[in-house]
Design a protein around this ligand. Structure first.
Ligand code: 4NP
Length: 152
């Protein structure tokens, strides 16, 4: 899960998908394309909307996306077009480029919609981000279940 700062959107995406995939052998992680906030916990507004939904993200620590992530992970979900372009800059071949997906295309195929950056807004923006990510992650979880178990 990749956003810009790895303190608002991608920590929520990591928390939501990890929570849905507890019974599956998947490794969910998150990172940012920018290095401004390395080592910080998620934004308190992200922690708050997560905990309202009984998801704990406060122990996450922001880190920067690195080239090896494109080797290690099967899919890189990005939150917006700018993250998409910056992530592609780290890719060195078509196999890696093919791993990078706009996360909302899971729930709205082909739409290339952004998860809006909530950083400079209020709590409403974080609720909207949560709802968008929850909808997308439910579909991603179902896809993973089919891939891993061949059943839902
Ligand atoms: P995120 O949000 O990419 O969802 O973590 C942001 C966090 C920090 C900044 C911008 C967006 N910033 O400008 O510091």
């Amino acid at each position: 899960m990749v956003c810009l700062g790895n303190i608002c959107r991608s920590p929520l995406a990591e928390g939501i998908l990890s929570n849905k995939c507890k019974s599956l052998a998947v490794d969910v992680d998150s990172a940012g394309t920018a290095a401004y906030h390395i080592g910080k916990a998620p934004d308190p507004r992200s922690q708050n909307i997560a905990s309202i939904n009984r998801i704990e993200i406060k122990n996450q620590k922001a880190r920067a996306l690195k080239q090896s992530d494109l080797i290690e992970f099967d899919t890189i979900y990005v939150m917006d077009q700018s993250n998409y372009e910056n992530t592609l800059k780290l890719a060195v071949n078509d196999a890696q480029r093919g791993k990078v997906k706009m996360i909302l295309n899971a729930s709205k195929p082909g739409s290339n919609k952004d998860v809006p950056d909530p950083y400079y807004g209020g709590d409403d923006g974080f609720k909207q981000v949560f709802d968008l990510l929850n909808e997308a992650c439910e579909i991603i979880k179902n896809q993973l279940e089919l891939e891993l178990n061949g059943t839902r």
